[in-house]
Design a protein around this ligand. Structure first.
Ligand code: OFO
Length: 185
């Protein structure tokens, strides 16, 4: 087991810093991915989905910056991640929201790995810092799941896609009003 090394210069072990930088990469990728999706939705006339995703891209960037501040305040060095391989075109609106749900599940696994690591080495400060992300992931997974369900409940024929876009707008509004998907309790 890695020993926690707290010195006058730093409060993070190298491994913890490495994992936090990996998480920065995940959040940066989320932001870029959602921005790309927002743009595609915009070009397709899915106005509400597009607004939802532009805002979501911004939130993910804030999640990334929160970790930047945490690492550097603890005496480490936060690294700007390389973000490559972002998809720009999608087959359908459904594909977009299924991809979001799949991506958020991967982000949750990554956060859980980090939380487990911190608990194991007894870095309770970072463990505590990460609780915000634990809550956030549950909210974001729920929002994405609700969006994916709309495709089955409403159906995509006729005005189905238009209606789904309207409902996504309501989900967005709900998230804004309650702070869901933004780590609020
Ligand atoms: Fe950063 O909250 Fe989702 O990915």
């Amino acid at each position: 087991m890695e020993n926690q090394i707290i010195t006058p210069k730093r409060s993070l072990t190298e491994k913890t810093e490495e994992l936090l930088n990996e998480q920065i990469g995940m959040e940066g990728k989320s932001s870029a991915y959602y921005l790309s999706m927002a743009s595609w939705c915009d070009t397709m006339g899915y106005v509400n989905a597009s607004n939802f995703l532009y805002k979501h891209a911004e939130e993910e960037r804030q999640h990334m910056l929160k970790i930047f501040a945490y690492i550097n305040d603890a005496g480490g060095h936060a690294l700007q991640p390389e973000v490559t391989g972002i998809k720009h075109r999608f087959e359908s609106l459904r594909e977009v929201f299924e991809a979001i749900l799949g991506h958020e599940i991967e982000v949750t696994k990554s956060i859980n790995k980090l939380v487990d690591h911190c608990f194991t080495i007894k870095d309770f400060t970072t463990f505590n810092f990460l609780q915000w992300y634990v809550t956030e992931q549950r909210e974001e997974e729920t929002l994405a799941r609700r969006a994916v369900e709309l495709f089955d409940i409403i159906g995509e024929q006729g005005i189905g896609l238009w209606t789904i876009d309207q409902e996504i707008g309501k989900l967005h509004q709900y998230a804004v009003e309650t702070g869901a998907g933004d780590g609020a309790q």
